[in-house]
Design a protein around this ligand. Sequence first.
Ligand SMILES: [Zn+2]
Length: 326
Amino acid sequence: MKNQMDFRPGDWLRAAVLIGLGLTAGCGGSSDSGAGGAGGNGGAGEKKIRVTATVGMVAYTAERVGGSHVEVSALMGPGVDPHLYKASEGDIRKLSDADIIFYSGLNLEGKMGEVLKKIGAAGKPVVAVSEQGVDPSLLRSPPEFQGHHDPHIWFDVSLWAKTILPAAEALAKLAPQWADEFRANAAAYEKELAALHEDCKTQLATIPKAQRVLITAHDAFGYFGRAYDVQVEGLQGVSTSSEYGLRDIQRLVELIVQRKVKAVFVESSVPRRSIEAVVEGCKARGHQVVIGGSLFSDAMGEPGTPDGTYPGMVRKNLQIIVGALK
Ligand SMILES: [Zn+2]
């Protein structure tokens, strides 16, 4: 990633204030529409609502719900880790230019979530779709998230579906003339996800229970395990090599050998090294386990491909997991 700037909290604060006031330099070309411009030109104009979203999954919701009335840009593309994300100059422009900003929330976006809250407080519509849509009683709070909720709710399709309505209502508030359309689009997308959720259940249930173990290097799949009755095991702290130890590896090797698990998985935004150590450990015990493929975790695939949509990303993971473990 070129052009990334390492923002300190102070820089962010300044940026947030500037954006809130609509004063940032470099937003030429869009100076014709100030704050609230999109809501005001529903009559003659077909001017689109400019949406800026953080992760692809949220951007996709905005596209589905907004349909032809929105122009969506996602800040975090394929392979990007939202937890560690640092904004670029281009991002500041996209946030500044946006009529409305969507993000997932629940600490997924790390420091950026705090900044987005401040931008919201300064007057621009900023919506954390997960925080708005999902009742806290449905959230996981495992110890590895250190007092925070697990933010990876898109791995339970039925939970992620709850983030659609907050997006639709926020767009409806901004552009009431299209409210019915946004709500109809939301209902259609919810229906599609309800069917996808059932599909996930049905397909995963075809893996024998003992072998229905998903071993990955990143703790993103907790909701997946809970929703679809899959035992999820991970190596802790994959972001730095010092945080996972030999003992974690041995524990996983033991589990894999005992249960005759066929495959372990890597992810698009996580290094393979730790998982490879597990594969080697099993080999030494005489059990062949393969790397079952690369799963999408916190980012979708390339835009313009099926993997670059939320349902497509879910289906690809499903296909890889069922194919390797069954
Ligand atoms: Zn994650």
